[in-house]
Ligand binder design. Structure first.
Ligand code: NAD
Length: 547
């Protein structure tokens, strides 16, 4: 397999920038600098794939290159299945991924169908080709820990020790965010090579091999009031248990191992490189080890909570895995989205991201400058851009994330299109977002847990969201299942629009960015949240709200 990287520069490989932008995003997801296992087409999140197999990937690439400006390519769980004549303004790609009829939506059925080659798991942004590496989640993680700091520690993590685990593609955002907020992070990671990789890319500051060393360093930095991130080699369950037995109680405890998927979470007692063969040779033993480890892992989190740590589940469904295995912590441990992030959704504030298709970092820095001028009075945006510019280097196509509200997204999207048109940016820009957004995610153990009106499991919203985005001319639209928390636990939608500087892109951006975020506000207003109800009445809100 040759190394995959997105093309850069102005030369087109497709019939227009709409297709070209999607092609570049797709290839960028497999860039070895950002993807977890490019040779297996896995971008992140356990086993989140961008295409079903290599043959499908090659066909997708070839089809995108030849796709006309009034055609739409259909992707069914990572496999290209047809091209239809549509309209100039239609999406160029529509997708459905990992969807199963609800009664059949279990990992067991999914694995069987996957083995037969009939489906594939796209997580969230892997399946919708919007994965941009750790930065994609970095601001969400930064926002989460900021809210933790505001709620429990007067707005700052200085002198606070956060224990977490998993230094994967999403998990790596944790040390960056925690130290960015001046805190001390101890991150348990079972794979030595992963820790080394994070050390080399300055994601963590130091690697240690014993719990004792981690405690010594954390305590020393706490006394000094300085931030540090410590990658601690070992299984999270073993480490949490040992720390607790030693009487070490961190201020905050969470976890970002891929607990949502028992084929990715590594049970205690085996090395990561042994896990896949054990799964094949002795699945019963593997399952038993998995359950025992999860029970110990969750139990330790509950015990930390009893002793006063702030504890929350970090989007990986570990409480449900615990419940299935024999320990129910649902009433003890809250989840990050409902506890810390939800109020942002009331104003349609969500993970807006943009990618410089030129490949030139200067294009992103130029958009940063404009963003800072436009939102100079918004302290959080100013602090965020300052933090991310200093602390994060680009990998793959240069890109940026900034959580903007329902009005700001369309405004900034159109400005980016103007910058492309005027030549201020060297090439078009892809505007996209995470699936963890207001209208686009139904996930009863994450974004939609404990909704005010009890609508946790209502999955109409992400489906409406996708149909609306398609109607508004987003360049890519998709509906998926299982992102973040695993098969059976979520339905979500993704969207991307290519800002190529054209008048047509202007329409696409204005319509789709407004609709995408405003539907989110309507979703929360409909659920009875006062702030969202206020916003739908504001003069900036363009959708007509019925009821
Ligand atoms: P990943 O597969 O890229 O990385 C997981 C890491 O955890 C790997 O480095 C692996 O070696 C390590 N690991 C596995 N089992 C372990 C164990 N028992 N102890 C210690 N380390 C262990 O996954 P990712 O993309 O980082 O995502 C992690 C989890 O977070 C997934 O469940 C994902 O669905 C979820 N997620 C959360 C959010 C969010 O917003 N909170 C967003 C995306 C994904």
């Amino acid at each position: 397999m040759s190394v995959i990287k997105s093309p850069t520069g102005k030369k087109l490989h497709c019939k227009s920038w709409q297709q070209e932008g999607l092609l570049r995003l797709l290839l960028n997801c497999l860039d070895p600098d950002i993807a977890k296992k490019p040779k297996d087409l896995i971008a992140y999140g356990g086993r989140g794939k961008v295409a079903r197999n290599w043959e499908c990937l090659e066909t997708i690439i070839g089809t995108l290159k030849n796709l006309e400006n009034d055609e739409t390519l259909l992707i069914q769980s990572g496999k290209p299945v047809g091209v239809f004549k549509t309209f100039d303004f239609s999406p160029r790609v529509v997708m459905a991924g990992a969807l199963l009829v609800p009664k059949w939506a279990t990992w067991e059925t999914f694995y069987e169908l996957e083995k037969k080659g009939l489906t594939s798991y796209g997580q969230s942004t892997a399946g919708s080709w919007a994965f941009i590496g750790t930065q994609g989640i970095l601001q969400g993680t930064w926002e989460t820990f900021l809210q933790v700091a505001l709620k429990h520690f007067n707005g700052c993590l200085r002198k606070k020790i956060v224990l977490t685990s998993g230094l994967g593609e999403m998990g790596s955002a944790q040390p960056l965010a925690i130290t960015g907020l001046k805190g001390i992070a101890i991150i348990a990671e079972v794979d030595k090579n992963v820790i080394k990789k994070r050390l080399l890319s300055n994601v963590i500051d130091i690697m240690v091999f014993s719990v004792e060393d981690a405690i010594d360093i954390a305590v020393e930095y706490k006394e000094r009031g300085e931030p540090i991130s410590i990658g601690l080699l070992g299984n999270a369950a073993d480490i949490y248990e040992k720390l607790f037995e030693m009487g070490f109680i961190p201020d905050v405890v969470t976890d970002q191992t891929p607990a949502h998927d028992r084929k990715s979470y590594i049970p205690s007692g085996i090395l990561p490189e042994e896990a896949s063969s054990l799964r094949e040779t002795d699945p019963v033993k593997y399952e038993e080890m998995f359950r025992n480890t999860i029970i110990r892992h969750v139990k330790a989190m509950v015990e930390f909570k009893d002793k006063g740590s702030v504890v929350f589940e970090y989007g990986n469904n570990i409480r449900e895995q615990g419940k299935i295995s024999g320990i129910d912590a649902f009433n003890i441990i809250p989840n990050f989205a409902s506890e810390y992030i939800r109020p942002l959704f009331f104003e349609g504030r969500g993970p807006f991201r943009w990618v410089a298709l030129s490949g030139d970092p200067e294009d992103i820095y130029r958009t940063d400058e404009v963003l800072l001028t436009l939102f100079k009075n918004d302290r959080k945006i100013v602090d965020w851009i300052d933090f991310v510019e200093k602390r994060f280097s680009f990998h793959g196509l240069p890109s940026r994330v900034c959580w903007l509200n329902f009005y700001e997204r369309a405004l900034f999207g159109k400005i980016i299109n103007e910058m492309v048109k005027s030549g201020e940016l060297k090439a078009p820009v892809a505007i996209t977002r995470d699936h963890m957004d207001a209208a686009s995610m139904a996930s009863p153990y994450r974004e939609t847990e404990n909704m005010k009106d009890g609508s946790d499991a209502i999955a109409d919203w992400p489906v409406l969201n996708a149909m609306l985005n398609a109607g508004c001319g987003a360049t890519l639209v998709g509906v998926f299942q299982g992102g973040g928390v695993g098969i059976g636990y979520s339905i979500h939608s993704g969207m991307t629009i290519i800002a190529d500087g054209s008048k047509e892109a202007d329409f696409r951006l204005e319509r789709a960015l407004q609709a995408d975020a405003q539907l989110g506000v309507i979703r929360y207003a409909d659920a009875g949240y006062d702030k969202a109800k206020e916003i739908v009445k504001s003069t900036l809100f363009t959708a007509k709200v019925i009821s």
